[in-house]
Ligand binder design. Structure first.
Ligand code: 3H9
Length: 698
């Protein structure tokens, strides 16, 4: 087997190239081979300096995350970094791609750093609930100062090569990684200067009121942006330790903190989310076929969803033709698209000339025949079956053979939509989330008769749009909205039984969601849920419990933010809304009408019930094959519904909490309402076998 580290000698320079595709992660084998390459280079007296680089797309993008949680194997990355830093011949790194995490820590240990202009450098460990663990918190502040180092490590956001050069993180920007780094290294050798090691730099390690103030402001700001997470504060502790501790003591602190965080539920949740996000695009259809071309897209409907979808496609470089039923509506659709780009120009996100180029790819029409040549059309009209079916009958006539007919429905049966066409194998569901140009989740809904290459094309569209696709089967609400309906019902039951909507929202917010369910209903529009409830009424089990409170609010015209009133009042300019005594009165009236004696719910109990309802329905979604795997449910809830990422998603949360405890909770709640709380057979079966949801992800 080829060594993951190649040592090439060009005259007096040893070039050490790391080759561990796809991202040159610093696995055990890579670390071992770096050490032995360094030993060889040290012994070889004809070698005067070393260049470190990465083969393929990138300089190492970090430690190998798949090794986390396994018994550590020597040499550990901090040792490799120390060995590089203490090397007795100059070590120069030549970076390209994404030197991240441990990759950047290798670079910080080198004596000179060079990078291609397109390089993105960063310390993303915080996104895994960790801190940099191979000297990053000790070397980076020594090199660029405490506040800059803290910003990079606590945000986890990579910086450009230009910025890195500006702040002194790299020495030079080079266009040709190999040739120019050799020229640079020859210069270093000829100058024969004393080696400067990052661990010895002291110029930034002075306490000053300015630095202290900046650090404490940054601490407060990251505590807010990473609400509930421990890693940013720990990063600050380690970075600030550089002011008090010598380098080696600081490293010991960093190492201990890294090891401690690796064992936390937060890190487990975030690492799970990292892999879940990548797994969701692995679908059975992909191995059987290739996607169809996607050179032109049609969008039917210029409302919020249609215009968002059009923008997402335009941003992906795909020309769009938008259709509306009349001149007035198409003007609105065009305006909806243009106003987003206008804002992009105002905010400096895009230049006017880039926007003009994008809009040159955007056409509008009221004539369906203008769609004849598109490769895919996405319908985003009113969420009613007859309306959608009518549109699909027309699309069936006008779209060229092989063109894909997609519906952006969020609940409806795509099989019924496909049935009105003569080509159900071309029909698929693409459930975008609002605003479609921003939200990253895309549920790809697979009806019975769709062909494999159409499904694969849905995934290729998601990739072009930089969205996170999740494969879903057909059922009411697919993965995300179906589960939402269940925990929405649970929230309604708790409200009727004694909790206020404000207590429920507070508990859910404190759990880590950006907002509680009632704030979310107010934001989305109460009329949407009302329409769904009315649609489902004929199918509702007469024995099932139904809470009328939300309907009562809707009957008053209180649809949430857009009407200034819903579960909250929005008339004082408070975006989060104010509690409304009139809502509490309606709730009280409903309790009295049903003879409910209200009880109190602690925050813990609210979470316990809300999560049990969510997880129970999610288990059914997996059992029925609507989701391919539990981690796809996690991805759906993380990217579409605000589930706190550091908890990994509902299925990961269930595993962390204990599936047996979830089952016990369900059984306990079932004593009050067996119909609603019947435990999913999947949960019962997994608990019986001593397995968890993650066992189904493998
Ligand atoms: C760290 O370094 C800790 C140290 O401070 C201390 C240690 C002691 N390991 O994202 P992609 C896989 S923590 C293992 O689709 P892209 C990924 O799962 C680490 N595997 O590509 C996928 O596999 P598959 C700090 C990894 O081009 C494949 O590579 N570093 C790793 O869209 C392609 O990935 C990070 O957190 C890894 N480190 O984006 C960086 N990285 O094909 C994490 C990727 O089987 N990585 N894989 O699904 C990234 O942000 C992106 O992958 C990157 C490329 C931007 C590099």
């Amino acid at each position: 087997m080829e060594s993951p580290v190649n040592l090439e000698i060009i005259q007096n320079i040893a070039i050490l190239t790391i080759r561990n595709p796809p991202v040159n992660a610093l696995s055990h084998a890579v670390r071992l081979n770096i050490m032995s390459a360094l030993n060889n280079a040290e012994r070889n007296e004809s070698i005067s300096a070393i260049i470190v680089m990465g083969e393929g797309n990138t300089f190492p993008a970090g430690a190998d995350i798949t090794e986390f949680g396994l018994p550590p194997k020597s040499p550990l990355l901090p040792i490799v970094c120390d060995r590089i830093e203490q090397f007795n011949k100059p070590v120069i790194c030549a970076m390209h791609g994404t030197p991240l995490g441990g990759g950047l820590e290798i670079a910080l240990s080198c004596h000179y750093r060079l990078a291609h202009p397109q390089t993105k450098l960063g310390l993303p460990e915080v996104h895994l609930g960790l801190i940099p663990g191979a000297g990053g918190t000790q070397r980076l502040p020594r090199l660029i100062g405490l506040p800059e180092a803290f910003k990079i490590a606590a945000s986890g956001v990579p910086i450009s090569a230009r910025k890195a050069a500006e702040i002194g993180l790299i020495n030079e920007i080079i266009e040709d990684i190999k040739d120019e780094s050799i020229i640079f290294t020859n210069k270093v050798v000829s100058l024969n200067k004393k080696i400067s090691r990052t661990c010895d730099i002291t110029r930034h390690l002075k306490e000053s009121p300015h630095t202290n103030r900046e650090m404490s402001e940054l601490r407060a700001s990251f505590a807010k942006s990473h609400r509930g997470q421990v890693a940013p504060g720990k990063i600050a502790d380690c970075i600030e330790a550089t002011l008090e501790m010598p380098f080696d003591k600081g490293q010991v602190l960093e190492r201990a903190t890294f090891a401690e965080l690796l064992l936390t539920d937060q890190s487990n949740g975030l690492i799970h989310a990292f892999f879940a996000e990548r797994k969701s695009s692995k679908i059975p259809e992909a191995s059987r076929t290739t996607p169809r071309p996607l050179n032109k897209i049609g969008v039917v409907g210029g409302g919020t969803m249609g215009s968002g979808i059009a923008i997402a496609a335009l941003n992906a470089g795909i020309p769009v033709t938008m259709i509306e039923q009349d001149t007035e509506s198409i003007k609105k659709g065009q305006h909806n698209v243009e106003k987003v780009y206008k804002r992009d120009i105002e905010k400096g996100r895009l230049s006017e000339s880039v926007v003009n180029d994008i809009l040159a790819q955007f056409n509008t029409s009221t004539d369906f025949d203008s769609l004849s040549q598109v490769d895919m059309v996405i319908e985003a009209v009113f969420e009613e079956m007859p309306v959608k079916q009518k549109v699909f009958q027309i699309l069936n006539q006008v779209i060229k053979p092989g063109g894909i007919l997609a519906s952006n429905t969020s609940y409806l049966d795509i099989n019924e939509i496909a049935a009105v066409t003569s080509r159900p194998s071309d029909v698929i569901g693409l459930h975008f989330f609002s605003p479609a140009n921003i939200m990253r989740l895309l549920e790809i809904v697979v009806p019975k008769k769709v062909s494999d290459d159409v499904v694969a094309t849905g995934f290729s569209l998601a990739k072009k749009m930089r969205k996170i696709p999740v494969r879903a089967g057909v059922c009411d609400g697919f993965i995300g909205n179906r589960i939402l309906n269940n925990y929405g019902d649970c929230a309604a039951f708790m409200m009727e039984d004694g909790a206020t909507p404000y207590e429920i929202d507070k508990a859910i917010f404190d759990f880590g969601y950006p907002m509680g369910p009632h704030q979310m209903f107010d934001l989305a529009g109460g009329d949407i849920g009302w329409a769904t409830r009315k649609r489902l009424e004929p199918f509702r089990d007469p024995q099932s419990r139904y809470v009328h409170i939300a309907d009562k609010l809707c009957e008053n015209g209180w649809f949430g933010q857009k009407t200034g009133r819903g579960f909250y009042r929005y008339d004082t300019g408070n975006k989060r809304g104010n509690e409304d005594p009139a809502v509490l009165e309606i709730i009280e009236q409903e309790r009295q009408r049903k003879g409910v004696i209200p009880k109190t719910f602690s925050h813990e109990e609210i979470i316990q019930r809300y999560m049990a309802a969510m997880i129970n329905e999610a288990a059914e979604v997996v059992r029925e094959g609507i989701a391919l795997r539990p981690s796809d449910v996690d991805v759906t809830k993380l990217f579409g519904y605000g589930f706190p990422r550091y908890r990994g998603g509902p299925m990961k949360y269930a595993d962390t909490y204990g599936l047996d405890k979830i089952l016990a909770d369900l059984q306990e709640f079932a004593k009050e309402d067996p119909l609603f709380w019947t435990p999913s057979k999947l949960i019962v079966e997994l608990v019986k076998k001593g397995h968890n949801f993650d066992s189904l992800n493998k």
